[in-house]
Every structure is written in C-alpha cells, then in structure tokens.
Design a protein around this ligand. Structure first.
Ligand code: BES
Ligand code: MN
Ligand code: MN
Length: 460
C-alpha cells in the first residue's frame, strides 16, 4: 500500500486535470438539446477505460442515452467487483445563482474544503465520484497489484430515472455478475466522520393538474364567483400534511418499517450540530414529523414535498387573471417496505377524492424507485470498512441516507447482488443546486480508499 500511496500522490495533478476535462462536457440527461453532449461524455469515459487497460469496453445504445460497460477479467478465482455510476448530470439552472460557469470547472477553497474543491455541475454527483473508481483501478494496474476482476457499468440516465437500465440488467444478467457492486454516489457525514451508506429511500413522483373554468378569465369580472384552481390546488396540497407533519393520505404509513429503539439510538449517536445545520441553510428552525430527530426524518421516515408549482401569470408586472389551470410536481420519499406503485395509487385515489366539485383533477405518475437497505455483516462490507478506517484513520459509521438510487433495489432483485454504497461527497456539496462542488481531499481520499477496498477484497 505504501508504494501505491506514493504513486497516487504523484498522480494527483493529472487526476484532477482529467476530472476537469470530464466536467466540461454538459451531459444534461433531462434536456434533449444536450443529447450529443451526453454521448460525448459517454465516449470520453469509454476512451479513458480503454486507456487504463480495461480489456473489453463497449458502448450500448438504449432507447435513451447510452451505457458504457467495460471489464477486465484477470483470473476467474479472484473476486469480481462491479462498479456502477452515472455520467449524466442535473440541469444547472437557476443559472444566475452560480458564482462561476457550471461547465467551466474552477478550484476554490471553502470552509469545509480548506484543501480546495472543484466547482462544476456533476463535480460530486456523480462524475467526480465515479472517476475515483477509474483512477483507483488504473493505479492498481500500473503497480501490478490488481487482484480483482473489475467490471464498470456507467449510465447516462440516472438523473431521469434509469429507465433503460432495468432492461439492460435483465438482458445482460450474466455479463454483469459479480461478488459485490460498488457505488460511489452518496455522502459521508464529514471529512473527519467517515460513514458508509446502508440505506436509500425510494421515490414516488407525480404531477397533478387542476382545472377550473375552460379558459383564463378576468379576475375582476369573475373573481369571487368561480373557483380559482391555484387557490384550490394550494389548499389541497396543504391538507396533505397535518399539524404533526404526518402525511394524511390513508394507508400511507401502512408498510413503513418500524425501526427498533436500539437502532434509532445508534443512529442518533452520530455527531450532528443542529445549530450549524440551521445556520448553513439559513433557517431559524427545522421542521418535520413530530417525534423524530432530523437524522430520522431524513432517513427512516417517508415524506411528501412539492417540487414545483405553477399556473396563471408569472411574467413581468401584474396581469389580472383567474387561471384555468394549476399544476404541481410532488415527490414522496419512501422507506422500507413501502411500494412506489402502491403509494402512487394511494396518492391518486386520495387526491381525486379530496378535489372539490368545482374543479377537475388529473394525476400523472412519473418514474419512481424502491427503497434499499444494504447488509453490514458481509465480508465485502468489512473490506470497505477497513479501507475507510485506513484512509480516514477512523472506523466509518453505517448510516442510512435520504436520497434515492433506484437501481440499487433493481441490482438486488435482478442481479441478486448486494451493493456497497461508499460515496465521499458531503451533503453540503450542493448537488442538484447552484455551485455544486467536490472536495479535492474527498476525491483523492476516495481513490485511495477504493484501491484499499480492492486490495482488502483480494486478501479475503
Ligand atoms: N446521487 C443521488 C442520490 C443521493 C444523493 C443519495 C445524496 C444519497 C446522498 C442521485 O443522483 C439522485 O439525485 N437521485 C435522485 C433520484 C432519481 C430517481 C432522479 C434523487 O434522489 O432525487
Ligand atoms: Mn447521483
Ligand atoms: Mn443526482
């Protein structure tokens, strides 16, 4: 490991330069104007895999964005690791809140990243993180010390629901077989409190449309006599949560996993500074489901949030209008053992039921995903834990996360393989927000940890 550390140290500048090159490609999967850029990112990544010495690298076309897959099988008796990540990124807007251009990466120091962080869309989610896999494997190959078979599966549609990856996994089940899947697309609690993510929430996502009159009306001539769909939608949404922060949809909590008091106690032992949390977010108070801590509210409890709401006139100045329609996009984060399809159906029934007679409503489901929990009593977890302990100097704490990576449940179901969620971002790295960044410490320590993980696996 000493040799390897020296090598990694000597490669730092080059690794960062390559990451910056990758981050310059605006691979926004949600925006069809960027279709070619998404492909460019895929091609670039595939080229890098070839350059580090991965035997077979192939780009697979899908109905959406392409998948890049590569494998290096050294010896059938060695353990096999499948790396998964996504090279697509979220749209960068709102643009005016960025301090630098989202696709012109810059390195700047911050309070939490005194060694510097690279600022760009995708820096942490997930280009900077998946690229750690590539660099770790490259380093082991260069040092003639890779003693694992490695497979790489990188998709360009994670941020839009991984719609074609399910099919791909079913079709190429044998090709994708492995002992463990390593995913770096999550966070650690802080740079001196390493954590390994052991659970992800699921997701149910719907779009609602409320229609009142058959056209936009003058809000003076008709206002007061005709129901305003925006007003109605607002009160319907408000009624979806009660004064204790509980979701009011009947049956919503029926399948929610009851986490033992013991486990809740353990999860709340992790260091957490509520005052700092509030200060960082610029809020005076936190708000959530009564009877649960902030950690619990963002990991073991389900939620309902409006992600966007629109209708009527939102342009410059004041136009007096009583709109015909109002819309909202609503997400529900789910926990084990809630089923996204069931929750979506419960939402639809309830929303249609509470709609007053003077409007009509439509509920359109979007992509969803199942929650996932990963074991902590496996050899692979032990290998990850030991690797983190070696590079951070502290044993990592197992923690559930609030985010979603729907493919993790799919991997378990279709490939019958557990994932290790060893990500290195910080929750404060602004993923999906303006000024997304990824700490250089996190990037380099991540590479070292992943290399250590592969070494530990091969010794087991
Ligand atoms: N990497 C995130 C998920 C994540 C972030 C997990 C932080 C744990 C900590 C992923 O790219 C993501 O954004 N997922 C989406 C879901 C998807 C269906 C669009 C999410 O969680 O909103
Ligand atoms: Mn991600
Ligand atoms: Mn994301």
């Amino acid at each position: 490991m000493e040799e390897l550390k020296k090598y990694l140290e000597s490669q730092k500048d080059r690794s960062l330069e390559e990451l910056i090159r990758f981050l310059k490609i605006p691979s926004i999967s949600a925006d069809s104007n960027y279709k070619e850029s998404v492909r460019e990112a895929c091609n670039w990544l595939s080229g890098r895999l070839e350059e580090i010495g991965i035997q077979t690298v192939k780009i697979y076309e899908t109905d959406g964005h392409p998948i890049v897959y590569g494998e290096l099988i050294i010896d059938k008796s060695y353990p096999t690791v499948l790396f998964y990540g996504h090279y697509d990124v979220q749209p960068p807007d709102p643009m005016d809140l960025w301090d630098s251009e989202p696709f012109a990466p810059v390195v700047k120091k911050t309070k939490l990243h005194p060694e510097g962080a690279v600022f760009a869309r995708g820096a942490c989610d997930d280009k900077g993180q998946l690229y750690m896999h590539v660099k770790a494997v490259e380093a082991l190959i260069e040092n003639n010390s890779l003693q694992c078979n490695v497979k790489f599966l990188y998709e360009g549609e994670e941020e839009v629901g991984s719609e074609n990856l399910d099919q791909f996994c079913m079709e190429y089940k044998d090709m994708l077989s492995s002992d463990v899947i390593l995913i770096s697309d999550t966070s650690i609690l802080s740079n001196d409190t390493p954590t390994i993510t052991t659970g992800l929430r699921g997701l149910s996502y719907v779009e609602v449309e409320v229609t009142g009159p058959n056209k936009d009306l003058h809000s003076g001539v008709y206002g007061g006599a005709v129901a305003n769909p925006i007003n109605i939608l607002s009160s319907m949404i408000a009624s979806l949560q009660d004064e204790n922060g509980k979701v009011t949809i009947p049956g919503f909590y029926d399948d929610v996993e009851i986490v033992s008091d013991k486990e809740r106690e353990l999860m709340n032992e992790a260091p957490f500074d509520l005052e700092q949390y509030k200060a960082d977010l610029g809020i005076k108070e936190v708000k959530g489901e009564k009877g649960f801590t902030t950690f619990e509210r963002t990991s073991i409890r389900p939620t309902l949030d409006v992600n966007g709401i629109w209708g009527g006139y939102t342009g410059e100045g004041a136009k007096t209008v009583l709109p015909s329609k109002a819309f909202a996009k609503i997400s529900m984060r789910l926990v084990p053992f809630q089923d996204p399809d069931k929750i979506t159906a419960l939402f639809k029934n309830h929303f249609e039921k509470i709609a007053p007679e003077y409007v009509s409503v439509k509920v359109k489901p979007h992509h969803g995903g199942r929650p996932a929990v990963t074991p902590i009593d496996s050899e692979e977890y032990a290998a990850a834990e030991a690797a983190m302990e070696a590079s951070f100097g502290k044993k990592p704490i197992p923690m559930r996360s609030g985010g979603s990576i729907p493919i993790v449940a799919m991997f378990k179901e279709v490939l019958e393989t557990d994932s290790i969620l060893m990500g290195f971002g910080l929750d404060s790295d602004s993923i999906h927000s303006p000024n997304e960044h990824y700490g250089l410490f996190n990037f380099f320590t991540g590479i070292e940890t992943i290399a250590g993980f592969l070494n530990n696996l091969s010794k087991q």
